[in-house]
Write a protein that binds this ligand. Structure first.
Ligand code: HEC
Ligand code: HEC
Ligand code: HEC
Ligand code: HEC
Length: 232
């Protein structure tokens, strides 16, 4: 049941390792541009790595890149959207802070204020099947539901959102980025639109922040553009 997609990524990674050596040579011999243009020629299109990996889209506050997949939870706050190519930022920074530890251990960081967020609330593919009421979810990559303990014992890596939710400028591949999701009418939630990074993260982060503030207006859950993409 482990999706074909994962094995396609594995394949790409293997091929990348094989190709990294000659490409590395080209980088040294002819500069980074030569390596980039080599990768863009049809027979080297395999060079494409998961979106947001080179350069990394996310680093922790010590500057360490968040890899495209890993079995270690980020223990320091993360800065997302490091690789934004959007030119319309004006006085704002594209970078977005995100504290993984607080969002996974503190009940204040939840919709109901009582139960700590489950991992699959965000890592929605890291479970064997769709939870009740979320039948619109179809893609699953893990035979057991991800929890802190399951990660600890299985050591099975968790994929970055950007492995699937590409940036707008990244070429589509194997059905990714995912097409728009339509929620049941009863939820009142609008369709997501094509699930490039901006829509996937915005829906995940902002929908919860708005619901949490509705419960407790005192909460400091950012919903305005310049609260996440802070001013320069
Ligand atoms: C809750 C925090 C949050 C809020 C509020 C928010 N964003 Fe974002 N935004 C993000 C995150 C997270 C990403 C994706 C990060 C990544 O891909 O690494 C993102 C991505 C984007 C991108 C794509 C960046 C790129 O080039 O890949 C744009 C453009 C953007 N946001 C604009 C906006 C605008 C305009 C608003 C207000 C209407 C807004 N955002 C509100 C968190 C937020
Ligand atoms: C399931 C709900 C939920 C999700 C999903 C969520 N957040 Fe939050 N977040 C909260 C709540 C609630 C707060 C306010 C906590 C408080 O006021 O003590 C918060 C606070 C924050 C803050 C304020 C600073 C801080 O750390 O307290 C930032 C920045 C933030 N979130 C970014 C994000 C980003 C980026 C995403 C998406 C990758 C995200 N959040 C996803 C619930 C959520
Ligand atoms: C509020 C949303 C949210 C919750 C809840 C959450 N995560 Fe995450 N997690 C993220 C985001 C966002 C990233 C950064 C991924 C990226 O690069 O875009 C991340 C990254 C990770 C990574 C590193 C993956 C990599 O690409 O290197 C691991 C491992 C991880 N999470 C495990 C967990 C586990 C285990 C839980 C439950 C205890 C959990 N997460 C709960 C949002 C969340
Ligand atoms: C293995 C690929 C993959 C990964 C990794 C992934 N997604 Fe998705 N995502 C999808 C697909 C495919 C869909 C469309 C629904 C389906 O087919 O399950 C989707 C749908 C969504 C949706 C709309 C449906 C909903 O649940 O509201 C959001 C929001 C979303 N993803 C956010 C995220 C975030 C945030 C992360 C990282 C914490 C992430 N995704 C990681 C593949 C992925």
């Amino acid at each position: 049941m482990v999706g074909r997609f994962v094995s396609a990524i594995d394949m790409k990674l293997k091929l990348f390792v094989i190709l990294a050596i000659p490409v590395g040579y080209f980088t040294v011999a002819f500069g980074a541009d030569a390596a980039t243009s080599l990768c863009s020629t049809p027979w080297f299109s395999i060079c494409s790595m998961p979106d947001g990996t080179t350069p990394p889209h996310a680093v922790d506050i010590s500057g360490k890149a968040i890899p495209d997949s890993s079995a270690t939870q980020p223990d320091k706050p993360i800065i997302l959207a490091k690789d934004s190519k959007d030119e319309n930022w004006g006085e704002m920074k594209p970078e977005v802070p995100f504290d993984h530890t607080k969002h996974t251990t503190d009940v204040k960081y939840t919709i109901d204020g009582k139960t700590v967020n489950t991992c699959v609330e965000c890592h929605h593919t890291a479970q064997p099947s769709a939870p009740k009421g979320q039948e619109y979810l179809k893609k699953f990559t893990r035979s057991e539901i991800l929890t802190a303990k399951q990660l600890e014992t299985s050591k099975e890596p968790v994929q970055s959102c950007r492995t699937c939710h590409f940036q707008e400028s990244t070429e589509a591949a194997d059905g990714y980025p995912p097409a728009s999701v339509t929620y049941p009418k009863s939820t009142g939630k609008p369709r997501t639109g094509k699930l490039i990074n901006i829509n996937a993260y915005h829906v995940n982060c902002i929908v919860c922040h708005k619901a949490a503030i509705k419960r407790d207006p005192q909460l400091k859950a950012p919903t305005g553009c310049n609260e996440c993409h802070t001013e320069k």
